[in-house]
Design a protein around this ligand. Structure first.
Ligand SMILES: [Fe+2]
Length: 335
């Protein structure tokens, strides 16, 4: 199969308090509003190559409205859609254009996750006031101390992690990089997929709720691991509780920091990690005790990290595995 997808282009989220969410992203996180249409805001980080990477609009609860991937060519867009429509059970629809991009295909994956595929997209052209002195940069580095460079990845919650990973691998060509299985039984609680050399641009945690298509977190990149420490400092100083981190994941070996924005959605800042270019990579299977979530194996994540969005009865597992009660419930199902 030729490479179908190139990278994650933008995420669209819903917030019950979109103006508050946007105030968070701009004032505390250092993104900028590129465009606005009523209650819908198009936000960008200073290093995003396209006009925006995060769309924030109104919704009753925090929700992922779509995750938009750019294909590797116009032909790849048609190939990807043909594969989706051939495999069965999933259908979507075309839009002739959207803000800052051309034709796009939107569908709901087999476990209810909305996804958009597109090829034509406007490259960002900074106005003179934001133009960088460096030719490669879309605009000059933000003066905001916590500002992320660009969108990095999204992690969703799904009721069957392996089924999700295998569908996106077989139909759209994502490479499956790793799984995390429970210690006691072959219950897969986490997986990471990628469209490129990064360790992942799509994560999946096990969702024990009956709600389809939930999201666990959205993530932005910073250049240096020490930027996470500075961001954590700035968040605490400005009334934002740190949910988890800064520390390092075993899977991907990325530095991470998690906090929440006003919609309740979890936001991650990450940095570091390895690159993997192996085209026939064989996914590795971790156990939580190997440090899949916590490289140093010396602390547990808080229970709040089991929450996904929109809120629903039932929790998610994580890279760490599942807390004892949830693990027992999963084992009872598996055995
Ligand atoms: Fe993440």
């Amino acid at each position: 199969m030729t490479t179908l997808l190139s990278h994650l282009a933008y995420l669209e989220i819903g917030s019950p308090v979109p103006a508050d969410s946007v105030a968070f992203y701009t004032e505390k996180f250092g993104m900028r509003v590129a465009d606005r249409e009523g209650d819908t805001y198009y936000l960008r980080s200073w290093g995003d190559y396209y006009r925006y990477s995060l769309v924030v609009g109104p919704a009753p609860e925090a929700v992922l409205k779509t995750m938009a991937w750019r294909t590797s060519s116009a032909e790849a867009l048609h190939d990807a859609v043909r594969r989706i429509e051939t495999v069965g059970g999933v259908s979507g629809s075309w839009s002739e254009s959207g803000p800052g991009h051309g034709r796009s295909y939107r569908f709901e994956g087999p476990l209810g996750h909305p996804m958009t595929l597109l090829w034509e997209i406007d490259e960002y052209d900074a106005d003179p006031g934001h133009r960088s002195v460096f030719p490669d940069r879309p605009e000059k580095r933000s003066l905001h101390a916590a500002a992320p460079r660009f969108l990095d990845h999204v992690t969703v919650a799904a009721s069957d992690v392996r089924r999700f990973a295998e569908w996106y691998c077989e139909v759209l060509g994502f490479r499956i990089m790793a799984y995390t299985d429970l210690e006691e039984a072959p219950v897969t609680v986490f997986s990471v997929l990628t469209t490129n050399e990064k360790s992942h641009d799509l994560g999946i945690v096990l969702d024990t709720s009956a709600a389809p298509g939930r999201v666990h977190h959205i993530a932005f990149w910073v250049d240096h691991p020490e930027d996470l420490t500075r961001t954590a400092d700035l968040m605490i100083e400005n009334g934002v509780r740190i949910e988890y981190g800064p520390a390092i994941h075993g899977i991907g070996e990325q530095h991470y920091l998690y906090f929440r924005e006003p919609s309740t959605l979890r936001v991650e800042v990450n940095s570091g990690g390895y690159r993997n270019y192996v085209p026939d990579w064989r996914p590795r299977t971790w156990k939580p005790s190997a440090g899949s979530n916590n490289f140093f194996r010396n602390w547990d994540m808080p229970d709040s990290m089991m929450e996904a969005f929109p809120a629903a009865e039932g929790r998610t597992a994580t890279e760490q595995g599942a807390p004892p009660q949830l693990e027992q419930e999963l084992l009872n199902v598996a055995i």
